[in-house]
Design a protein around this ligand. Structure first.
Ligand code: NAD
Ligand code: UD1
Length: 366
């Protein structure tokens, strides 16, 4: 019997790529998403890309009609993991071997403006999920944490033992959820939890059928770059060129989203193979730092497009340099990122060229 995994936020950027890899690895997958920052088209395309394995995918919009909210210009009903009754129904119809929990809000600037929305969605959503999991005896969780928990690190590379320091409400939700997970494992050793700290996921599936398509104005570098490349934006603002780095611009550890997705499979396999797993933390990165200008050069090479740059001031809350020590994941999960920035930019561009308006573009050719 195929192992069954619940994936919250599985219609989103990292979630959709992970769901595809899960299906291809023979898992049966149930996706729960409120489509707050994603499109149902992503789930449909994942099912197509999975070929014969696509039949092992189910999608639930978790419907909560009691939660009527206004968020930015959007007012409407949310479909939300905080709806305990709806989640109960999902758990009542399927027995899950594990849950991968991606669902959450992730825009740092917005979290500073509207902290309560972030605490409510990310923290309450996670607590509700954990309660329902416990009630149904499903106590294996993979959680999407972030390198943001390292703040502005003094020592590099960041190891899993580096000091933690969140610099904004979004980051604090990640830190708090990590602490909640440590506490529930401490209270009940049946819980097996993987806290995966992602560095900077970029790129897209090599097919060009799925990729990142955030609703509204993107916050992260590469979705903005791809919008410049397809003519949706005139320029890219470079946030700071006076850092103590090789060319003055910020340095990050970019990781191909397919490598990141595979890291989740490795984490799941560890659950099923190692009975001694407790509550563990792993960095998922490449261990290599790349500056904004280096990334722009790689993207221009991959796409043949010029990205006009405007030097802007530093973005508040930005760290200067951030990259991962990847030894622990390599050793304990037998996982290592395979792709470099050339492949990341190639696949980012392939997705952008085929889907200039994201999932609102006409279906690209196969
Ligand atoms: P994403 O916005 O593309 O995906 C998140 C998904 O969760 C979306 O499909 C959204 O509709 C859904 N969602 C949000 N709140 C929900 C709720 N209450 N109920 C049901 N569905 C809900 O983001 P992503 O880039 O795929 O990130 C996935 C996870 O990884 C997030 O938790 C994010 O904080 C974390 N993360 C992302 C990055 C990154 O750079 N992309 C880095 C570190 C960590
Ligand atoms: C950001 C968040 C981090 C979050 C992560 C994933 C901030 C301060 N940090 O990380 O908490 O976990 O996204 O969602 O928002 N850059 C530009 N111009 C741009 C955009 C970015 O020069 O228009 C630069 C940034 O200064 C940085 C690099 O590109 O040096 C990467 O930025 P980004 O993709 O936003 O990721 P992080 O800043 O690492």
């Amino acid at each position: 019997m195929a192992r069954r995994v619940l994936v919250t936020g599985g219609a989103g950027y990292i979630g959709s790529h992970t769901v595809l890899q899960l299906l291809l690895e023979g898992f049966s997958v149930v996706v729960v998403d409120n489509l707050d920052n994603s499109s149902v088209v992503a789930v449909q395309r994942v099912a197509q890309l999975a070929g014969e394995f696509g039949k092992n995918l189910a999608f639930h919009r978790v419907i909560v009609v009691s939660c009527f909210v206004t968020r930015g210009a959007e007012t409407g009903f949310w479909f939300d993991i905080r709806d305990k009754e709806a989640l109960e129904k999902v758990f009542a119809t399927s027995k899950f071997d594990a849950v991968i929990h991606f669902a959450g809000l992730k825009a740092v600037g917005e979290s500073v403006q509207k902290p309560l929305i972030y605490y409510k969605n990310n923290i309450i959503g996670t607590i509700t999920l954990l309660e329902v999991m416990a009630a149904h005896g499903c106590k294996k969780l993979v959680f999407s944490s972030s390198a943001t928990v390292y703040g502005w690190p003094k020592d590099l590379p960041c190891t899993e033992e580096s000091p933690l320091c969140a610099m904004n409400p979004y980051g604090r939700t990640k830190l708090m959820i990590e602490e909640i997970c440590r506490d529930i494992h401490h209270a009940d050793g049946d819980w097996k939890i993987m806290l995966l700290r992602y560095f900077n996921p970029v790129g897209a599936h090599p097919s060009g059928q799925i990729g990142e398509d955030p609703c509204g104005i993107p916050n992260n570098l590469m979705p903005l770059v791809q919008q410049v490349a397809v003519g949706r934006r005139p320029t890219l603002a470079v946030f700071g060129n006076d850092y103590s780095t090789k060319d003055g611009t910020g340095v990050r550890d970019y990781i191909h989203v397919v490598d990141l997705a595979d890291g989740h499979i490795a984490a799941l396999q560890k659950f099923f193979e190692d009975p001694n797993i407790g509550c563990e933390v792993y960095n998922l990165g490449t261990g290599k730092g790349t500056s904004v200008l280096e990334m722009m050069a790689a993207f221009e090479k991959a796409s043949g497009k010029k990205i006009p740059l405007v030097m802007a001031g530093r973005r508040p809350g930005d760290a200067e340099i951030l990259y991962a020590c990847t030894v622990k994941a390599e050793k304990e999960l037998s996982w290592k990122a395979k792709y470099g920035i050339e492949e990341m930019c190639r696949d980012q561009w392939n997705w952008a060229a085929k889907n200039p308006w994201g999932y609102r573009s006409p279906d690209p050719p196969n």
